[in-house]
Ligand binder design. Structure first.
Ligand SMILES: Cc1cc2nc3c(=O)[nH]c(=O)nc-3n(C[C@H](O)[C@H](O)[C@H](O)COP(=O)(O)OP(=O)(O)OC[C@H]3O[C@@H](n4cnc5c(N)ncnc54)[C@H](O)[C@@H]3O)c2cc1C
Length: 445
């Protein structure tokens, strides 16, 4: 494969005039790619780096300003879980970026040798999301990945040997001819545009606007009195219970971080995503105004505030394989396993979450078939929209697993492009060899 000969401009650039009152120029160009990845989030970034490192002409399209998606822009900057039962089970490109971010910012990795019991979050890695995004971008540059931010697909057409995808953005309007397409939008948006089946629940998990409050002394607060005021404020419609996830004591102990819920959060269209973000910010304003009435909160201030609500659940694809909760909790070892996954079953409802922990030594696997839409050709997904039932998805969706899926999808799509075949026909041994060569931990056959 001819590495990095990826951009072909068929039309010459328009002549520049000194003064223009017209609309910004539309660059109507044709781009050529082996692997086109839509969505530069948790999974898509890793998929792109892997494809680039394997020599594919790779284009990564991201609607937002930075890479990393929910991990960075969503503020879930505590990825996990890379370790299970005292052993590392997920590594590779995601782990490389996570540990680089930790080291460069003088942060600390958790002690993975210490069992966490039911406090699984103790093995999540706290990092600086914006730094992670910068490192991910640098890794993309080094791998020769063409990054296209502020862009999204407007039309997707299947061809005999790949795809024609129309992308629009600020002053851009380009067509990409690609051999392989990987949907890492988190919402299976591209799969939806193609018209392949997607599914979602009537009521999805709530989202969360990640922020942290400070400027109060938790020891000085009368929690019973404050909870009574919460009840009155809820009655008066000045506050919603979901704003604080029910308990003001629990909410304030964590500075409100990752503690509120936005019911019905939905990022699958620009309209629903806008409405979700508005609801998240309105919730924060209600909380601030409520607390500011109390003298103990005179110095209340925001320590961190993300620009958008983190969305937990929208669409999942129907894949060649559907991972069920039974498969997950029993640690089913799929024949076509390409990665491990490790997390409790973690379904959030309106007023909280009760994780169900895996039995000792259980380490579930992710089959390649769950990343391939059923009956599709030259198409894959990675990240939270993989093919799984709802409960299995509540564990599979987490960041370390999404990163591992991204790497597997990037490798498989590249091998498929190189062999002019479809992902389902790529020999598993080749995928596993490729992944292992790039630092991933591949389930033993
Ligand atoms: C509040 C919250 C708490 C969580 N807690 C944890 C936790 O403690 N530990 C953990 O590991 N996981 C946690 N998760 C889960 C985990 O963060 C996500 O499931 C995971 O990051 C999803 O990765 P993804 O790649 O599928 O999607 P994302 O990371 O969301 O990436 C999708 C990307 O696609 C882009 N995009 C979408 N549509 C388009 C389009 N049409 N064109 C171009 N780009 C597009 C988006 O801008 C985004 O960058 C949490 C999630 C949330 C919301």
């Amino acid at each position: 494969m001819n590495r990095r000969v990826f951009l072909t401009s068929l039309s010459s650039a328009p002549a520049l005039s000194a003064v223009s009152t017209a609309e910004p120029p539309q660059s109507d160009r044709l781009l050529i790619a082996d692997v086109l990845i839509i969505g530069g989030g948790t999974a898509g970034t890793i998929a792109a780096i892997q494809a680039g490192r394997l020599g594919a002409r790779t284009i990564l399209v991201e609607a937002n300003s930075q890479l990393g998606g929910t991990t960075t822009t969503g503020g879930v900057d505590f990825p996990g879980l890379f370790h299970a039962w005292g052993k590392q089970v997920i590594a590779g490109i995601g782990w490389e970026l996570v540990t680089s971010a930790v080291e460069l910012n003088s942060d600390r990795l958790p002690d993975f040798t210490k069992p966490t019991g039911k406090q699984h979050w103790k093995h999540q890695v706290r990092l600086c999301g914006a730094l992670y995004a910068a490192l991910a971008e640098e890794a993309c540059v080094k791998a020769g990945v063409q990054r296209r931010c502020y862009e999204f697909p407007t039309a997707v057409e299947q061809t005999a040997d790949g795809w024609k995808v129309r992308l629009a953005g600020k002053g851009t309007n380009v067509e990409v001819v690609a051999k392989q397409l990987v949907d890492c939008t988190g919402n299976a948006s591209v799969v939806g545009m193609i018209g392949l089946p997607r599914q979602r629940e009537k009521t999805t998990q709530p989202g969360t606007l990640i922020y942290r409050l400070a400027g109060y002394d938790i020891g000085m607060l009368d929690m019973n009195a404050l909870q009574a005021k919460v009840t009155a404020a809820v009655k008066a419609d000045a506050l919603k219970l979901t704003d604080i996830n029910g308990s003001i004591a629990g909410f304030l102990r964590s500075g409100g971080e990752n503690a509120m819920h936005v019911p019905g959060a939905d990022s699958s269209t620009s309209e629903t995503h806008t409405a979700t973000n508005i609801r998240g910010r309105q919730s924060l304003l209600r909380v601030l105004r409520f607390l500011k009435q109390e003298p103990e909160f005179a110095a209340l201030h925001i320590e961190r505030l993300q620009p958008e609500v983190g969305v937990r659940e929208t669409f999942r694809i129907t894949g060649e394989t559907i991972v069920t909760v039974k498969d997950y909790v029993r640690g089913r070892h799929f024949e076509d396993a390409v990665a491990y996954s490790f997390y409790p079953i973690d379904l959030h409802v309106e007023h909280g979450v009760k994780p169900e922990h895996l039995k000792e030594d259980v380490v579930p696997t992710i089959p390649l078939g769950a990343l391939i839409p059923k009956g599709s050709k030259n198409l894959m997904v990675a990240g939270r929209c993989l093919s799984s039932d709802r409960l299995a998805n509540s564990a599979l969706r987490v960041q370390a697993s999404s990163m591992a899926m991204g790497q597997a999808a990037g490798a498989t799509a590249t091998l498929a492009a190189g062999a002019a075949t479809t992902p389902l026909n790529v020999p598993l041994a080749d995928i596993r060899r490729s992944l292992a060569k790039h630092g991933a931990i591949v389930p033993k056959t």
